[in-house]
Design a protein around this ligand. Structure first.
Ligand SMILES: [Zn+2]
Length: 336
């Protein structure tokens, strides 16, 4: 089969599409004929060797879906040809975190496509526990946008404890997760101020689309001058300080990404004197992904797609994550 493979020394220059032997499946595994994959920053980190990478040479690709091709002897409730997406966390189901319903934090886990081979290939093999069916009315473009982009945003909003009529600021609203955070926060009854330079973000239902410098004025209009209850910020160093200033007393700063840098300084008294809460999130649960599939099948959430590349153009697909012209999601179409 054809697959995108990265080898040491890691980096985009050492990613190429080559023929590799088909993987065999064990009793509890499922082989998927990959239809589409989503491109996310995590793929870039894995290809660059910044995350745990196993095996090497390695097939990256953490967000994907396709048709069930073959099932192991212990696999139930799946049939050849089923349309499925892949829950992107490896988990053992037995550690204390798995038992408490936090399988995305499994002590013996990691990211599919990071600590296992992933979906930038004609076929991928995953544990049956990671496979979730999607209805026929959920397109591949939509389906493969749920496991990372959709799920991270959904989980972030749930962990923020968002209440109806709260005011949520989404920083980086045109990004993979930002798009979903805007739509889902609206569904959850919040007023949403989207920080973005892209006018189309308004189509996602944001009450206001403004740049960071206009955010206080937007809060004035939307919230009568009261500051935000929740700020969702996956941008990193560049925005953290200003994001925290947008929060009302008792407000929550939610972070799950650091595209612009890992470190930031903050004024500590601003945090404690106003009881600001800082909430880190990563991934989400299978239950949350299943709820997202339902929302997508009712057309209540959708991604804005910018470009669809072929598997042969995987390098260009990943490079374009950092394009200034980027206007929505980047996907890879592997088969139909
Ligand atoms: Zn576990």
């Amino acid at each position: 089969m054809k697959a995108a493979v990265v080898n040491r020394p890691f980096g985009l220059d050492n990613l190429s599409v080559i023929d590799v032997p088909d993987a065999h499946i064990s009793d509890d595994e499922v082989k998927i004929r990959v239809a589409y994959a989503g491109i996310n920053p995590v793929d870039y980190y894995i290809i660059s060797g910044l995350n745990n990478v196993n095996p090497v040479p390695h097939i990256p690709g953490s967000e994907f879906g396709g048709y069930v091709e073959e099932i192991g002897s212990k696999v139930k409730n799946l049939n050849k040809g089923d349309r499925v997406i892949v829950y992107p966390r490896v988990f053992d189901g037995t550690c204390d975190l798995c038992i408490s319903g936090k399988e995305y934090l499994c002590r013996n886990g990691g990211i599919v496509g990071g600590i296992t081979n992933g979906g930038f290939a004609e076929y991928a093999v995953v544990k049956y526990q990671n496979v979730m069916k999607i209805p026929n009315n959920v397109s591949w473009e939509k389906g493969v946008s749920l496991p990372i982009a959709g799920l991270t945003a959904f989980h972030a909003l749930i962990e923020s404890g968002i209440q109806p009529d709260d005011t949520v600021v989404v920083v980086g609203a045109s990004g993979n997760t930002g798009q979903f955070a805007v739509q889902l926060a609206k569904k959850m009854g919040a007023k949403v101020i989207a920080i973005s330079s892209k006018p189309w973000v308004k189509e996602l239902g944001a009450d206001e689309v403004v740049n960071m410098n206009q955010a206080l004025n937007a809060l004035q209009r939307v919230n009568g001058g009261r500051l935000a209850d929740v700020v969702i910020d996956s941008i990193g160093s560049k925005t953290v300080g200003r994001s925290i200033k947008l929060l009302d007393t008792g407000g929550k700063f939610v972070t799950f990404g650091a595209l612009t840098g890992q470190t930031a300084s903050m004024i500590i008294s601003e945090i404690y004197s106003r009881e600001i809460k800082i909430i880190g999130v990563t991934g989400g649960t299978r239950r949350e992904l299943s709820r997202l599939i339902d929302l997508a099948s009712r057309n209540e959430v959708r991604p804005i797609i910018w470009k669809v590349f072929s598997l042969l153009d995987i390098k260009a697909a990943i490079s374009s994550l950092f394009s200034r012209e980027r206007n929505g999601r980047i996907l890879v179409k592997v088969s139909g």
